[in-house]
Design a protein around this ligand. Structure first.
Ligand code: FES
Ligand code: FES
Length: 155
């Protein structure tokens, strides 16, 4: 089947099998920053923003995600032009292998859009669905706090 996808501000007319997930469609079209982890909606590595909300793209049928804004971590910032959230995570030492990072970036972005001054509990809740095998989470929490401080100052 064919569908129109609105990815990172650009329109893509794509062909895909009816049973394809949004994760499969994104990765097969070059959006490899969206990571393929558990495939079960449990690890958060595949998170993207769909209509501004973080979703595990492995659990979304691509056919249901057409004509709606989709944002991946790369749509927020790149290595050469990182988003302040990506910078804060890197500065806090929250990026080791980096596999979990794109998902954490989009969930943090959604959190700070809605709650620019989040409590510890709100940060933990927002990152609930993200598994990191490397950092032990302490540095991720530090990175999100740092991003929140900067976000608040920039407002
Ligand atoms: S790959 Fe989608 S939640 Fe793990
Ligand atoms: S930095 Fe390796 S999984 Fe999080």
């Amino acid at each position: 089947m064919k569908g129109r996808f609105l990815i990172n501000g650009e329109t893509w007319e794509l062909e895909f099998p009816p049973e394809a997930t949004l994760l499969e469609v994104l990765r097969s079209n070059g959006f490899t920053e969206v990571k393929h982890g558990c495939d079960d909606g449990l690890c958060g590595a595949c998170a993207v923003l769909l209509n501004g909300k973080p979703v595990p793209s492995c659990q979304v049928l691509a056919a249901t995600a057409t004509d709606q804004p989709i944002v991946t971590a790369q749509g927020l910032g790149t290595v050469h032009r990182p988003h302040p959230i990506q910078k804060a995570l890197a500065e806090a030492g929250a990026v080791q292998c980096g596999f979990c990072t794109p998902g954490i970036v989009v969930s943090t972005y959604a959190l700070l859009q809605k709650t620019p001054d989040p409590t510890e509990e709100e940060i933990r809740h927002a990152l609930d669905g993200h598994i990191c095998r490397c950092t032990g989470y302490v540095k991720i929490l530090e990175g999100v706090r740092l991003a929140a401080q900067r976000w608040k100052r920039a407002k």
